[in-house]
Design a binder for this molecule. Structure first.
Ligand code: DQQ
Length: 538
């Protein structure tokens, strides 16, 4: 099988070749979704970054256009880095992006506008001569000053944006600027928010969520909370807090109990970075896009493939009724790619048993399963020394084949028949001092037999804050050749893994449900679909 194609995805967004990273300026405009993204037109490692541009009617099938923004002016000749779109009154989109102006990576903020608003695809973008709009003042670290957000308007009628930055060595900053006319921007006295100890913030995203329901909001009405998300460039993890944006003081304060640091909540506990949301007026929803890097960490691997990076399936995002976290779910349009369907129900799995899901294409599938169990009594004790550990460290200790009490049970994806290669996605329930702790793991440890030395095969994991009263746990996994995106408990905990099986590829891949805990598990229902290919027109 051709190295270039074997791990290419079937329904995730990828260009024909070369490197991609951050999704930029996603927006819905006049009936069309626009996705821009960081792209190297010359190779499969990061560099020569331009804004590639694709458009879609449904967020799944895409038409690739010419790059929309690329280095060409003194204010961006060393790079056109990430940014966002804002739709101004009068239905006029504008993009703010970071320009790199010299070899020292000095960063400024620029704008671009469509050359022709009546072109349904907005193919050509103009970078007017009054750029840059914002340059760092002496108090700002000018090589860490980037990734402007979508602008929002305050009650005073002035626009606001934030950029990610760093003060001293470890304080992450969301530096705020205000403007009356979108052209002249003035730095606010205080950042919107800052946190010591996180390191530099990249790709901040700041948006309101409704307190009730699953619809998105874009305005500051009465009933909202805010989300602030930041990317940590040191670890390539993002975390978010929930909190309240005080529109008078122009400051954001995370809720008590919303952890504002490395150990906070994540949109995704796996390979997911530089995400960005937008408000989709056509369906009154907020949609989040995330980028997933390869995990074959040597450039030789990406050069051999000829491509690197995918965009994950866009997810609808809303506030959990508890108010303590967000929920994410793949956009409903993805379901149009479902073809062949199989179903299992009421299937009991004793300790050590597994059942194969046949009749679909396991290398390219969408699986939804609900597990139930009779009792919580056999849950293992949660070791108090694990309290300070990351969930992924616990998953590293307690893999899918380490027998437990209530769990591990779940799906073995991209598997060979005997599981010598497989990426298990599974639950494990622990009994802690006061409550139960549910761990969801997506463990790449045995995902491939090849490249053992060079692969980033992490046992990604997150805890799932779920009520076990009904003694059920649900899981959905989107399996697509080299990616598995999993959604635990209806989208409370999401994990993406990138994996490169050598045997479990194409029609040789298998899918199983398994239980390696002493408590018997019942598959109440399992629905699995073969997934068709997304149409991506190059
Ligand atoms: N990627 C861009 C930057 C951003 C980083 C450069 C995050 O603007 O901070 O390609 O992945």
């Amino acid at each position: 099988v051709n190295v270039q194609t074997v791990h290419r995805t079937g329904y995730h967004f990828q260009p024909e070749k070369h490197w991609i990273n951050d999704p930029n300026a996603p927006m819905y405009f006049n009936g069309v979704y626009h996705l821009f993204y960081q792209y190297n037109p010359n190779g499969s490692v990061w560099g020569n970054i331009v804004w590639a541009h694709s458009v879609s009617k449904d967020l799944i099938n895409w038409i690739n256009l010419e790059p929309a923004i690329y280095p060409s002016k003194p204010f961006d000749q060393f790079g056109t880095w990430s940014g966002s779109a804002t739709i101004l009154p009068g239905n006029k989109p504008v993009i703010l992006y970071t320009g790199i102006v010299d070899a020292n990576q000095t960063q400024v903020q620029n704008y671009a506008v469509p050359a022709n608003l009546s072109d349904p695809h907005l193919r050509e973008w103009i970078k007017p001569d009054n750029n840059p709009l914002i340059v760092a003042d002496a108090s700002i670290n000018k090589t860490k000053f980037r990734d402007p957000t979508t602008a929002w308007m305050g009650k005073d009628g002035h626009w606001r944006i934030v950029m990610g930055s760093l003060r001293k060595h470890s304080r992450g900053l969301a530096i705020m600027y205000r403007s009356k006319d979108f052209m002249k921007w003035v730095k606010a006295k205080h950042p919107l928010h800052s946190t010591n100890g996180t390191g530099n913030w990249e790709c901040p995203d700041f948006f309101p969520v409704a307190l009730k329901g699953t619809n998105g909001i874009d305005q500051y009405g009465e009933e909202y909370k805010n989300v602030l998300k930041n990317g940590m460039d040191l670890t390539r993890f993002e975390y978010y807090t929930l909190g309240k944006y005080d529109t008078k003081k122009d400051r954001y304060v995370p809720d008590v109990g919303s952890i504002d640091s490395w150990k906070g909540l994540r949109f995704d506990y796996g390979n997911f970075y530089a995400s960005k949301t937008f408000y989709d007026t056509s369906k009154n929803r907020r949609v989040i896009w995330g980028w997933s890097n390869e995990s074959d960490i040597f450039p030789e691997d990406d050069n051999a493939k000829g491509w690197a990076g995918i965009q994950l399936i866009p997810r609808k995002v809303w506030l959990d009724p508890s108010g303590k976290q967000l929920i994410q779910w793949p956009v409903e349009e993805l379901e149009t790619l479902r073809t062949q369907k199989v179903q299992l129900s009421n299937k009991k799995l004793n300790n050590g048993e597994k059942v194969e899901v046949t009749g679909i294409t396991p290398a390219q599938a969408d699986v939804e399963v609900t597990f139930s169990f009779a009792s919580l009594d056999k849950a293992e004790l949660f070791d108090s020394s694990w309290t300070d550990m990351y969930a992924q460290d616990v998953c590293g200790l307690k893999g899918a084949d380490v027998q437990g009490g209530l769990g591990p049970f779940g799906l073995a994806t991209l598997a060979t028949e005997n599981l010598e290669e497989n990426t298990p996605v599974f639950f494990r329930v622990f009994k802690a001092q006061q409550n139960y702790k549910v761990l969801l793991c997506s463990d790449a440890k045995r995902s491939t037999l090849k490249f053992n030395e060079t692969m980033y095969k992490v046992s990604f994991a997150g805890f799932v804050d779920v009520d076990l009263a009904d003694k059920k746990l649900s899981l959905r996994s989107l399996i697509d050749n080299s990616v598995i995106e999993s959604f635990g408990a209806g989208g409370k905990t999401c994990i993406t893994s990138r994996v490169y099986p050598t045997l479990a590829i194409n029609e040789k891949a298998h899918l199983f449900a398994f239980n390696n805990g002493t408590e018997p598990i019942t598959i109440e229902t399992l629905d699995a679909w073969s997934m068709g290919k997304a149409k991506i027109q190059y």
